[in-house]
Design a protein around this ligand. Structure first.
Ligand code: AMP
Length: 421
């Protein structure tokens, strides 16, 4: 369906033409008509589906029809990175729509705080904020949300996981009762249902959630003891210039630093992104990665959702993420917009049962390879064991078993079934 058919006005269509968006994605097709009617929605959609434009476009359509000097839309997102990204998408469209936006997120300088304060006091059409920082401003009582028409919660499941429920409710209390609420969530656990009951009125429900990775991602894994992981990563990227943009994900900040040190020691251009860094360092690292100055970005799950960098060829999971959903988010950073990508997960003996859980979630068996013999021994695949023998098994005959031990990806799986989670 085209955007014209969806009823968006000419200013928005001009912006879409400029951005090169020709056809609406499924979430846009379903959400835009409801939001144009100012109906509340509960949308289950992941990053990569075009969900940001799905809420931005109809809101800009309405806001561009009449000028105002009040804040009329508030978008709340769990992380600074996502807030920045949403703000940037709004800016790209709003140039044509003549609508102003301001990002409000933690970790900024005193001068930026003053700019946020000024915008909140005077009214920016759209405020894109992380909950904590917005609460800080609300506490000073200069923020005027009395004319807010739209409240958008993006990645609401993540916000609740991060403990932002009370902050969200406090923010809501500053807004008029009659407004349009748009609740976007990548998953639909009971607490999101409870939140939607509390916040939404006569809402439309939209679900695009498919908790399966894109078919354009080639997934594989290695069975590897922790002490061989750095050498394995080096062997995976050494001499492979076609992998020009690589993200290595780690569940812990501690490992991020170790991986960065190991790769830098081998002369690779590497940057880290974790919550240990301040905001400007994180932005700088992402900017360098986007512009391809940096080949490898090493990150915690801060980055696994929401961050949109085009053309990432290889994702390496240094460990298996705690949450099976995070696996889908991590590897979804590659193969964006119909390109192809590779995702390789390093599985130690402790992570096997978690990896089996991921295979269950995505309904696919992922190829499992042994650590190359010149690097070291491999643990045996045993998904039932939670692996107490960390780092052991360095001796003893293995002999034969290099190469594949698992099956093909997507072997014998149902394909069309979408899961509601
Ligand atoms: P999102 O799911 O909002 O993170 O969007 C993922 C990517 O898809 C972003 O880079 C968007 O700019 C892009 N995108 C969103 N909608 C469309 C569309 N209708 N046509 C082409 N690209 C789109």
């Amino acid at each position: 369906m085209t955007f014209k058919e969806l009823g968006l006005n000419e200013k928005i269509q001009e912006a879409l033409e400029y951005m090169g968006f020709e056809k609406a994605t499924p979430i846009q097709e379903q959400a835009i008509p409801e939001i144009l009617k100012k109906r509340d929605i509960l949308a289950c959609a992941q990053t990569g589906t075009g969900k940001t434009a799905a809420f931005i476009l109809p809101v800009l359509h309405h806001l561009s029809e009449k000028a105002s000097n009040k804040t009329r839309c508030v978008v709340i997102a769990p992380t600074r990175e996502l807030a920045i990204q949403i703000d940037q998408q709004i800016q790209a469209f709003s140039y044509f729509a003549g609508v102003g936006t301001i990002p409000v997120y933690g970790g900024t300088s005193g001068a930026e705080f003053e700019a946020e304060k000024k915008a909140l006091r005077n009214g920016a059409d759209i405020v894109v904020a992380t909950p904590g920082k917005l609460i800080t401003h609300l506490n000073f009582k200069y923020t005027d949300f009395s004319q807010v028409e739209y409240l958008i919660l993006d990645e609401a499941d993540r916000m609740l996981d991060m403990g932002f429920y009370d902050d969200i409710m406090r923010i809501v209390r500053h807004m008029p009762k009659t407004r349009t609420n748009l609740l976007f969530s990548a998953t639909m656990p009971p607490k999101i249902r409870a939140l939607s009951k509390k916040m939404l009125k006569d809402h439309a429900e939209i679900s695009i959630a498919i908790s399966k990775p894109s078919k354009n991602i080639l997934q594989a894994s290695y069975l590897v003891y922790d002490q061989y992981k750095a050498a394995l990563i080096r062997s995976l990227i050494h001499d492979k210039s076609s992998y020009h943009s690589i993200i290595v994900f780690s569940s812990t900040k501690k490992n991020v630093n170790g991986i960065v040190r190991a790769l830098r020691g081998n002369g690779y251009e590497v940057q880290a992104v974790s919550s240990d860094l301040d905001q400007s360092q994180r932005e700088d690292a992402i900017r360098k990665f986007r512009s391809k100055e940096t080949r490898v970005l090493v990150a915690t799950d801060v980055l696994s959702r929401g961050i949109d960098v085009a053309d990432i060829n290889l994702i390496i999971n240094y460990d298996v993420p705690r949450d099976a959903e995070d696996y889908v988010h991590r590897i979804g950073r590659t193969a964006r917009a119909e390109t192809t990508g590779v995702a390789i997960t390093l599985i130690n003996e402790d992570d096997m049962y978690k990896f089996a859980g991921i295979e269950k979630l995505i309904e696919a068996e992922i190829v499992k390879m042994k650590t190359p013999i010149e690097i070291g021994e491999s643990p045996e695949w045993n998904p039932k064991s939670r692996g107490s023998s960390r780092g052991g098994a360095r001796s003893g005959g293995r002999g034969n078993s290099r190469g594949r031990s698992g099956g093909n990806r997507s072997k014998g799986r149902r394909s069309g079934k979408s899961k509601s989670r």
